[in-house]
Design a binder for this molecule. Structure first.
Ligand SMILES: [Fe+2]
Ligand SMILES: [Fe+2]
Length: 135
């Protein structure tokens, strides 16, 4: 079942970034499935770690892209990325310390997909597409 399915709403019109977003969505779904099936804490821990590594890489790639297109909102976008990573880090630390994953964690992941990707990522997607057209 998973946490969320890919849909056209998540398509921001930039193939490389879409690809990375799809990868993040898959990793979130894998994590959610493990949690639902009550996998071992070690397995869940590994899934969180995978998501964290892929997210760190994606944010770096995205910020390079934003610099390339001279995105006006780069500074605030970077701050929002940092906040998402800090929050993910916080959930991971709490999990390592013995807490359970639950609704707040998965609501956070969903908000990230729907709020961040459909929101501010799609804004730079629109600019990228119009730059590609005029190039
Ligand atoms: Fe972003
Ligand atoms: Fe993104």
């Amino acid at each position: 079942m998973g946490l969320m399915e890919w849909s056209d709403k998540l398509d921001i019109g930039v193939p490389t970034m879409n690809h990375e977003h799809q990868n993040l969505l898959n990793l979130m779904n894998q994590l959610f499935d493990k949690w639902e099936k009550k996998a071992s804490r070690a397995e869940i821990q590994t899934a969180i770690e995978k998501l964290k590594v892929a997210t760190t890489d994606h944010f770096k790639h995205e910020e390079v892209h934003l610099e390339k297109i001279k995105w006006e909102k780069l500074a605030s976008h970077k701050i929002i990325h940092k906040r998402l990573l800090d929050d993910l880090d916080k959930f991971e630390k709490e999990y390592k310390a013995g807490a359970e994953l639950g609704k707040p964690f998965f609501t956070f992941l969903k908000m990230w997909l729907t709020g961040h990707i459909q929101g501010i990522d799609s804004e730079y997607g629109t600019k990228t597409q119009s730059l590609n057209k005029s190039a």
